[in-house]
Design a protein around this ligand. Sequence first.
Ligand code: SF4
Length: 473
Amino acid sequence: MDDIRGINEECGVFGIWGHERASELTYIALHSMQHRGQEGAGIVCSNNDYLFGARGTGLLTNALSNEQLLSLKGFPHAIGHVRYAAKGSSELSNVQPFLFKSSRGDLGICHNGNLVNALNVRAALEDDGAIFQTTSDAEILAHLIRRSKQSTHKERVKSALKQVKGAFSYLVMQEHALTVAMDDHGVRPLMLGELDGCYCVASETCAFDAIGANYIRDVEPGELITINDDGIEFDRYSDIDNPNMCSMEYIYFARADSNFRGHSTYRIRKALGRKLAESLGHIEADIVIGVPDSSLAAANGVAEVLHIPQEQGLIKNRYVGRTFIDKGQEARERKVRMKLSTVKDIVEGKRVIVIDDSIVRGTTSKYIVKALRDAGALEVHMGVASPPLIHPCFYGVDVSTHAEIIASQKSISEICEEIGADTLTYMEVEDMHDVYRSFGSRGECAACFTGNYPIEIIDNLLPQQKDLKTKGV
Ligand code: SF4
């Protein structure tokens, strides 16, 4: 997974209870979810008496030293986090899991997603005397839990969760228990698994595969799960049951080998490609090329339906780290050039259908079309295995303003002209939903395509975001 399209996931989480190799397994699981965040990583462990943690910035291998990992050895319970700084700065103080000490005991906490009432809740807490050390939403939940007057930890977590709105999966660790919660719209993925009789949770099932754990099931929207030495207890903190899984998880974020409800992301993406192919049938082409890696499955689906050979006409360089300038358009363009190159021998003299999973700013698409033409392609037809991405995301994905998104500014024919393709074909929103339904989905968020936000955005909006429609909770 890469960030050259300018759209990034916020985080990945993992937790395991009661395993003698808890910290090592957490490290391996986080490594498998590195695509969900590369700006920081951390692990917090419990030995039933106290919590202890380590964290750092950058990729997991840089974030945690051997000495830090050795210091976590022997703790049987652990939670871990890889972070993309969609919200809040990328400095160390914002790297999760956070570890809090109080007279009620220790609290470790990490999350994936984004609260849509964070500013309001934070302001109310500050007015009440709270002092924040980070800009993260995870710290907000810690304050709410600590201030709750409920008599049990579980009830305190429940009362805290009822006060926050948004897209999230939270892992909350005490000395004696791990509490897991999914927002009541189920926007961000969270899976339950088992290894050697111990329960574990992860943002993606690829983490279970990495440690040899068995997938049990997806955590349900509004569900609250408590895991401790006595076993596992299932509960709910919300009566709302309105699933709105992030469509972009299927399209782009999740690893191709990660499963949703028992179906691999690869299969879902291939089905999106097969559906898209129905709109590409009129194009006469010699080869189908997928943009590596997340679009290869969709390209495979297109090629199968159109009976056109799928070729590897684009190669991705996996070893590009940071460019000298890390932010902004110049950095993005440089990164695209460093990351993608064409196989001239495959492309030369061919009419090409190139399949991408999404277009955000158009930088990557423009480069790809030009690179294919420079390599001798006679025609370049672009197919996108998702609808036009028009609106920003407030649920934990780093596309925050209309100005950043090309389909917000231009029509499809204008985008086609801008990127220099012969034709440009997107997927219809309803076709996308049809594909997800065929894989057992009960509902998806498609707000970045439609502007219909399933969770009301409560925090004050930027002026350019005022036109957003909301369906309400
Ligand atoms: S707005 Fe788009 S990226 Fe954000 S949660 Fe919804 S589908 Fe996912």
